[in-house]
Design a binder for this molecule. Structure first.
Ligand code: ADP
Ligand code: MG
Length: 266
């Protein structure tokens, strides 16, 4: 079981879209996948077809040790039928309170990691959708993970924000989680017609070389429309160019970090 955080301290950069579509893409190529929503906004939960207002148990209960992951996980029927089914440990506004409740608890940044031990045998991949902050919730994600995937838009200030994130990853690596690595930077919402985006993309390659994923996720309205149907873009419109790119990215992830052998399509 490999655990990855999808993180970037900026909001609206494509973290949730990446988490949900990578989860569906991994499922499509035969990986047993669990998505953990660590953002109180619950967008990844809703975008996976799970109503955050109806959750009986959520990641909140897991962090406070009143439920296990296997008890609290949910799955969407629609997703299961699509052949891209993955499980979801959901979140809703209740999770915002966990931040405060955790502060005075022992091992406050290691709670998710401890809970994941019991899910070990059940999944090939665990993807954690992080909130747009470097909070105690994000720290729980980073302490649980083998690596971080950073979605980013190729815009002027993108590189600046990256320095903070890279430093945080280094600090967590040094003090809390020796396994943590930067797996790669994923260029998202990319529009090749915009010269500046090409320039920033080239700069990224110059600075980070191999750490930049080969796959580029284009700007594609189908990916933005899909969440209102409670489906990842990859399922909602499998032929849209954004969806095709995410499945390609799932394959690149499996190649880069290893997974279970790809199953032949049914
Ligand atoms: P974050 O989780 O980082 O806040 P989101 O994944 O929610 O970011 O994305 C922010 C907005 O951009 C959402 O409205 C989403 O639908 C849209 N979006 C994300 N990726 C794409 C894409 N490749 N093409 C078009 N719209 C996108
Ligand atoms: Mg989000």
């Amino acid at each position: 079981m490999k655990v990855f955080c999808i993180a970037n301290q900026k909001g609206g950069v494509g973290k949730t879209t990446t988490t949900v579509n990578l989860a569906a893409g991994l499922a499509k190529v035969g990986q047993r996948t669990l998505l953990i929503d660590l953002d109180p906004q619950g967008n990844a939960t809703m975008g996976s077809g799970i109503d955050k207002r109806q959750l009986k148990l959520s990641v909140y209960d897991v962090l406070l040790e009143s439920a296990s992951i296997l008890e609290a996980r949910a799955k969407s029927e629609k997703l299961e039928e699509s052949g891209c089914g993955y499980h979801v440990l959901g979140a809703n506004r209740e999770l915002a309170g966990a931040e405060i409740e955790l502060v005075n608890l022992p091992r406050r940044e290691q709670r998710l990691k401890a809970a994941l031990v019991h899910a070990q045998a059940h999944y090939d991949f665990v993807l954690i959708d992080c909130p747009p902050s470097l909070s105690l919730l994000t720290l729980n994600g980073l302490c649980s993970a083998h690596g971080v995937v950073v979605p980013m838009q190729c815009e002027y200030f993108a590189l600046e924000g990256l320095t903070d994130l890279v430093n945080t990853i280094k600090q967590v690596h040094a003090n809390l989680n020796r396994e943590l690595q930067l797996i790669g930077l994923l260029r998202v919402m990319f529009d090749p017609r915009i010269t500046l985006q090409q320039q920033v993309s080239d700069q990224l390659k110059g600075h980070f070389g191999e750490k930049v994923f080969n796959t580029i996720i284009p700007r594609n309205v189908r990916l933005a429309e899909a969440p209102s149907y409670g489906l990842p873009g990859v399922v909602f419109d499998a032929n849209a160019k954004g969806s095709v790119a995410f499945v390609e990215f799932a394959r690149e992830m499996v190649q880069r970090v290893g997974g279970s052998k790809e199953k032949a399509p049914a």
